[in-house]
Write a protein that binds this ligand. Structure first.
Ligand code: SF4
Length: 263
C-alpha cells in the first residue's frame, strides 16, 4: 500500500485548498470514471491475509509483498498457525520485505493477540484492530474497507498524502489531519473507494516528482495542474536523511535436524 505516509514535507509551492462540496463531488466522479475498478493491490483471500500483507507492505511495495505472501500463507494459513511460528523460520520468509525482524515481531504479536483476545478471528472494528501490535489506523482502514466493507476512515498512504494536497483537498502534511480533512468533504459511503482511486491515480499518473499532468484526466479540476509542487518520494527522502544501515545478511533458515541413524 505504498508504505506508511509518515510526515510529508511541505511542498515548495503553497497548496491551494479549494474543496467545496461541488468540487469534491466532481473530482470523486472523475476518479470513478478513470479508475472504476480500483482496489487494494495486495493479493489476499480474507481479512487475515490482508492484515498480514499490509503489515509487511510498510516501507516496501505491493508487488514485492505479493511475491512473498503465497508461501507465507501456505505455511501459516491463519492467525493460530502464525501465532505458533518460530521466528527463525518466519524471518527468512519475509526478509525481502525489509525490516524483517521488526515485521516478524509485529506479525507474531498481532497473531498472538488475535488468538488470545479475539478467538483467532480478525476483529472488525477500528477500536479493536488498532489494539493489535503493528496495526495502526491506516492498516485498520485497509482491512475494514477492503474486506469488511466498513467505511470507518480513509486510508492515507504516501500516494494519498501527495495527491490530495495537489488536488486542493487539504493543506495538511500529517496523515491523521489529511484523513480528517478528507473525511469532512468526501461522503462516508465513498471513503474506501475514494482512497483506492487516489492511490491508483498516484501510482499511475500523479507521480511524486514528475506528475503526468499532460495525460491526467483530473487536470481540468486540479489547481496544481502543470505546476504541481514536486514532492520528492518520502521514502527516498527518509533514506537520504537517515544514516545508511549496515547491510544485513539474510537470516539462514533453521537447519532441519536429521534423525540419528539406527544402528
Ligand atoms: S493534473 Fe497533475 S498534479 Fe493534478 S492530479 Fe493530475 S497529474 Fe496530479
Amino acid at each position: 500500500m505504498g508504505g506508511h505516509a509518515g510526515k510529508v514535507k511541505p511542498p515548495r509551492r503553497s497548496i491551494v485548498v479549494s474543496a467545496t462540496p461541488e468540487k469534491v463531488a466532481s473530482i470523486s466522479a472523475r476518479l470513478a470514471e478513470l479508475w472504476p475498478d480500483a482496489h487494494v493491490e495486495l493479493d489476499h483471500h480474507n481479512a487475515y491475509e490482508l492484515l498480514v500483507a499490509t503489515i509487511l507492505a510498510a516501507q516496501s511495495s505491493d508487488r514485492q509483498i505479493n511475491t512473498i505472501t503465497p508461501a507465507l500463507f501456505a505455511r501459516y494459513p491463519n492467525a493460530a498457525a502464525l501465532a505458533a511460528a518460530d521466528p527463525a523460520e518466519l524471518e527468512p520468509m519475509i526478509f525481502s520485505s525489509g525490516f524483517y525482524r521488526m515485521k516478524a515481531k509485529s506479525l507474531l504479536g498481532m497473531a498472538r493477540a488475535v488468538v488470545e483476545k479475539f478467538g483467532g478471528e480478525i476483529p472488525q472494528t477500528m477500536e479493536q484492530l488498532v489494539q493489535l501490535p503493528g496495526v495502526g489506523r491506516k492498516t485498520a482502514n485497509v482491512v475494514l474497507g477492503s474486506v469488511f466493507g466498513v467505511n470507518e476512515g480513509i486510508v492515507v498512504d504516501l500516494h494519498v498524502a501527495r495527491v490530495a494536497p495537489r488536488l486542493g483537498l487539504t493543506a495538511e502534511t500529517d496523515p491523521v489531519k489529511i484523513e480528517r480533512d478528507l473525511m469532512a468533504v468526501v461522503p462516508r459511503a465513498d471513503w474506501s473507494m475514494f482512497a483506492h482511486r487516489l492511490i491508483w491515480h498516484g501510482r499511475r499518473v500523479c507521480f511524486p516528482s514528475e506528475p503526468d499532468c499532460e495525460h491526467c484526466g483530473l487536470a481540468p479540476l486540479c489547481p496544481s495542474a502543470f505546476a504541481a509542487p514536486a514532492l520528492p518520494n518520502a521514502r527516498a527522502r527518509l533514506a537520504k536523511a537517515k544514516p545508511k544501515p549496515k547491510p544485513v545478511a539474510k537470516p539462514k533458515a533453521k537447519a532441519k535436524t536429521s534423525k540419528p541413524k539406527r544402528r
